[in-house]
Write a protein that binds this ligand. Sequence first.
Ligand code: SF4
Ligand code: SF4
Length: 399
Amino acid sequence: MAETPVMDRLIRRTVEQHLPLNVHFDLTYRCNERCVHCYLDHEDYGEVTTAEVKAVLDQLAAVGTLFLTFSGGEIFLRKDFFELLEYARQLHFDVSLKTNALLVTAERATRLRALGVRRIQISIYSADPVVHDAITKVRGSFERSLRAIRFLKTQGLQVKIACPLMKQNLTAFRSVQQLAEELGVPYILDLTITPKIDGDMTLLALRNTGHDLLPVLQDPVLNPRVKGGQEVMQSVPAVGSAVSSGLESSAYDDIPCSAGHNSCYISPYGDVYPCVQMPMPTGNLRQQRFEEVWYGSGEMRRVQSVRESQLPVCSTCSIRQYCERCPGLAQMEGGDLLGAYERACELAELNARLAGVEHPVSALHQQQRAAKFNGTFSAVLPGTGSIPGLVRIAPMRAT
Ligand code: SF4
Ligand code: SF4
C-alpha cells in the first residue's frame, strides 16, 4: 500500500540524500525462547553497554534517523531496556518494538504506553498452543504472549502479529488470521526462513516448498495478485517480510530495497550492517562514529550504488514484477549481492502463474536451461561449444 504524499516525499528525500531514516537496533541476542528457525547465536559475547547504546542513539539523532526499531533476541531481557527506551523517546525517535512479549506484564504495558511506543510486533506461530510452544520450545509461551497482547491492546497500543511460516506450522495460517481478527490486530505471514547469521544453511530445511505454499499463495484475501483477489484491509500486505519496515514508495523503484540507502541494522556488539538479512560488516560503533560508517564505508557505498536496472540477470527477467528478491539473501544463499537466487525465482514463478501469466520462467532459470541445453550439444559434438540458433529450433518448454 502506498504511503501518504508526505511520507513518500520523506522516503524519496532520504533515499536521494542517503539519510539513515530507519534503523533496526538489536539490543541483545539473548532470548528466553529457543525457536527452531531462529538465525541467531544467543550467547552474550559482550553486548553494548547502556552508555554505548545512548551514545549511538545520540549519533543517530544527529544524522536524522526518525524510525527506530528495538529488537533482539528478547529486548525485555536487558535490565536497562526501559532506560534505553526512555532515552530514545527523549531524542524524539518514533520507536517500534519486536518482542516475544513473554515478559510483558500489565504494568510494563502501561509504561510502554506512557513512553509513547508506536508499535509492537509479536511473533505468534499458530492459534494452537501446542504448535506454537513446540516452535518456541517454551511450554506456556503461547498463553503468555497472548495475555501480553491483551495487556498492550488494553493500553491502546498498536500491536501486530508476525507469523513466520515453516514446515512445522504451515497449516496454521488460517487460524492465525482468525486469531488476529478476534484480537483486532493486523498480522503478517512471513514465508522467509533465513540461513543463520553466521552463514550456516541448515535452517533452510525448515522452509516449505513452493508447492506446499500454494494454499497460502492462492488465498485471494492474502494475495491481491491472485486473479480475482481482493486487497486485505490492513496497512501492509498480509504475506511479506516481517523484517521489512513496511514503508513503501516509488523512491525504491530502481533500487533493490531500502538497505544501505535509507535504512540499516546495528547488532548488540555495535556492528553496522545494511540490513539484518545482509550481514555484511561495514564498521563497528565501538571504534567509529555512526556517520563515519554510514558515509565512509566502502561496503555501504557498494550496496548503495546498486540499481535494479543494472542487475546482470534480474534486469532481464520477464517476471520481475512478481519477484521479491532480497539482495541480502541473494548474497547469503547465492553468494552474489547482484545475483538472482533460486528461492526468489521459485516464488516469483508461482506468483506469476497465480496471477494468470502462462508458463512463467525466471531469467535465472532461462539461463540455466540454456546452459544445460548448450552443454548437452557440446557433449554430443565435442569441440563445437554452444551452437547459435539451435535454441530457436528446439525451444525450451516452460513449466
Ligand atoms: S536486504 Fe532483504 S530483508 Fe533487508 S531490506 Fe532488503 S529486501 Fe528487506
Ligand atoms: S525471478 Fe529470479 S531472475 Fe527474476 S528478478 Fe527474481 S530473482 Fe531475478
